[in-house]
Design a protein around this ligand. Structure first.
Ligand code: MRU
Length: 366
């Protein structure tokens, strides 16, 4: 597979898409800080949070200041560095105990995106297996690994775009859900990377962005970054998707993922499953785009994927006020699981996996 010569260093560029601020970046050296774009304030305000403790990073993940599976993973890796920095002068045993405790705490921030656990385990392994008998050297190795993970995420996302761009045919209507763009990753995005590369290849197409209730990441974030990239985008209510497909406006659905089981069952933002059912009914190809870090190789299928339940208040309120009668309960699951059988293919940095099967998924990890 051809590798892109244009992958930028995510730690030094302003952002992968001109006009879209960087999701996260490490500022300084060992005594530095994690700078997170505060996505709760987009699209109307561009502001950043400077995190110097693991607790600040955990809070930022919980509050969706940083969100999207790959971005959560890399932010947590830096969070683990920040949380263990004060223990650098301790014995190795003490240091490793701190690494484990801070890792567990960060891991509890959000349950569905497996990238969080994946990133923490990767850094814990560095802390445990680094040959130095000094805790400060092991900590330096953890920070270096977090930088590697940030670069790898940008590169993987760029390759996802290159491996999936051919799915966008000239004149296509493309539907996406939630935000699986540059803002959800270190750079480029997953589902939206496919669109960015298609645009670079001079393909003409139109994007429908499902608003993605309850927190409107589609309306606020996907529309923001696609518009900044000069891609023609229209926001729709999630409930409008099936009728757009019925009248022939949608030729392709491409979404991101928060966790993919061994058989290809895929968790993504609530409403994705409904889109996949509607796509099947109308003969519209439905693709998932995700890096290998989003595959959970411990889960045989999607039944055991933990689904985050978010506060009722997010559903209860709209337009700045309560819209549900007092005393009526609301349910707010943030994700759902789309069975592998509804997914035409999964675009990864290692290529397009089609058809989706445990066998094909096994091959990309071989
Ligand atoms: O609640 P969020 O905003 O973290 O949910 C994000 C999604 O569901 C994305 O589609 C997914 O993480 C893929 S991001 C490349």
């Amino acid at each position: 597979m051809a590798q892109s010569p244009t992958v930028p260093d995510p730690l030094t560029v302003a952002g992968s898409i001109p006009g879209v601020p960087p999701t996260l970046r490490w500022e300084g050296r060992a005594d530095g800080a994690l700078i997170l774009l505060d996505q709760t304030r987009l699209p109307h305000e561009v502001s950043f949070r400077r995190c110097t403790t693991a607790e600040q990073v955990r809070q930022a993940i919980r509050e969706l200041c940083v969100r999207g599976a790959p971005a959560i993973g890399v932010a947590a890796a830096y969070g683990l560095c920040l949380g263990t920095r004060p223990a650098r002068d301790r014995s190795i045993d003490d240091f490793l105990r701190v690494v484990e405790g801070v890792g567990r705490h960060l891991d509890s921030a959000r349950p569905t995106a497996v990238n969080l656990r994946w990133a923490i385990r990767r850094l814990e392994r560095v802390a445990r297996e680094h040959p130095s008998d000094r805790a400060d050297s092991r900590w330096e190795a953890m920070l270096a690994e977090a930088h590697v993970m940030a670069r790898e995420d940008a590169e993987a996302c760029r390759r996802i775009g290159e491996n999936g761009a051919h799915l966008v045919t000239d004149g296509a209507g493309v539907l996406t859900h939630c935000n699986a763009g540059a803002l959800a990753t270190v750079a480029w995005g997953t589902a939206l990377s496919v669109l960015y590369v298609a645009k670079q290849r001079k393909r003409r197409f139109h994007v429908y962005a499902g608003e993605s209730r309850p927190l409107l990441q589609g309306a606020r974030l996907t529309a923001f970054e696609l518009a900044a990239a000069g891609i023609d985008v229209t926001v729709i209510c999630d409930a409008a998707a099936a009728s757009l497909m019925r009248r022939g406006d949608v030729d392709l659905v491409v979404v991101g993922a928060d966790r993919i089981a061994v058989n290809g069952d895929t968790a993504n933002k609530i409403g994705t499953y409904l889109l996949a059912i509607a796509a099947k009914e109308h003969g519209v190809p439905f693709y998932v785009a995700a890096p290998l870090s989003t595959f959970d190789r411990d889960l045989p299928n999607g039944a055991a994927i933990p689904i985050e339940d978010r506060p009722e208040a997010e559903v209860r309120s709209a337009f700045g006020r309560e819209v549900v009668p007092t005393g009526v309960r609301c349910l707010n699951p943030a994700f759902d699981v789309t069975p592998a059988g509804l997914i035409r293919g999964i675009v990864t940095e290692k290529g397009l996996l089609e058809p989706v099967s445990a066998e094909n998924i096994g091959k990309i990890f071989a």
